[in-house]
Design a protein around this ligand. Structure first.
Ligand SMILES: Nc1ncnc2c1ncn2[C@@H]1O[C@H](COP(=O)(O)OP(=O)(O)OP(=O)(O)O)[C@@H](O)[C@H]1O
Ligand SMILES: [Mg+2]
Length: 254
């Protein structure tokens, strides 16, 4: 099966800084690929390049075989690339449920006018959306946050809502930037389970940036390691754990 996402020879430059050098990377439906590497390695920049927030200086990025580099972020999102941000991005005045519904509406966009005009079919669609949003919240053990306003939640609770919102629309490609930061251990375990279930059951492709190595080992099918803007290794968790270049990057010795 052809890759859903394909990066080839991608370079990103910021005034005098080569943030990504000649990066090749792919993502397949149903696969969870973790991106790891020290601070400043270029992981978030890679997400920014894929989702159109920073331009690439060389190379190509394609989704389902068509180039997406050069498109605006909203156009890339419309093709089914969803992401979470390292520093949040929720509607603070809305409740957990309302935020998740905002993510779902991205999917039922076509019927949005119907929702506004209150046709019977659209009311049914809205009821379905609410039920689905509640099921998603329940699945991550946060149904108690459905009616809580986001700006009164803890950081960990906001994190969880952000993830639920991003996955609500079952995007073909999901980019998660350090989703486990601030989560309590039981919620982290539920998060791993949720990500694995999403990839396994809905067949979406997940790229997961994460520093917590236990979580990466538990969640990822494949791990790609970055250092200084370059991909230095890629393979299954067991192989990455003992890769000399990876040990060198993390521990300073091989
Ligand atoms: N918009 C920008 N303008 C200038 N430099 C940037 C910009 N975004 C990132 N950088 C620089 O690019 C390099 C890679 O940053 P990036 O945020 O991609 O790293 P990261 O791997 O996500 O690190 P962390 O694990 O700390 O989140 C860093 O040196 C960073 O300072
Ligand atoms: Mg980052």
């Amino acid at each position: 099966m052809a890759a859903l996402l394909q990066l080839a020879g991608v370079n990103v430059q910021f005034a005098g800084l080569q943030a990504l050098s000649n990066v090749d990377l792919s993502a397949r439906g149903g696969e969870i690929k973790a991106l790891i590497g020290p601070n400043g390695a270029g992981k978030t920049t890679l997400f920014n390049a894929i989702s159109g927030y920073v331009p690439i200086a060389a190379g190509s990025i394609s989704l389902n075989g068509s180039a997406i580099h050069g498109l605006a972020p909203h156009a890339i999102a419309a093709r089914g690339v969803r992401r979470t941000f390292q520093n949040g991005g929720l509607f603070p005045e809305l409740t957990g449920l309302e935020n998740v519904l905002a993510g779902l509406h991205a999917r039922i966009d076509a019927s949005f006018a119907g929702i506004l005009f209150g046709t019977r079919a659209s009311r049914a669609a809205e009821r379905d959306a609410v039920a689905r949003a509640r099921r998603l919240l329940d699945g991550l053990g946060v149904s108690h946050l459905a009616d809580v306003q986001v700006n009164t939640m803890s950081g960990g609770q906001q994190r969880t809502i952000e993830i639920v919102r991003a996955v609500a629309a079952e995007p073909p490609l999901l980019l998660l930037d350090e989703p486990a930061v601030g989560l309590a251990p039981p919620v982290r375990a539920q998060l791993v389970e949720l990500i694995r279930r999403l990839a396994g059951e809905t067949g979406i492709a997940v790229l997961l940036i994460e520093h917590a190595i236990d979580l990466v080992m538990a969640a990822a099918d494949v791990i790609a390691v970055f250092n200084g803007g370059a991909k230095i290794a890629e393979g299954p968790p067991a192989a990455i754990r003992t890769d000399p270049a990876v040990l060198e990057a993390y521990l300073g010795h091989a």
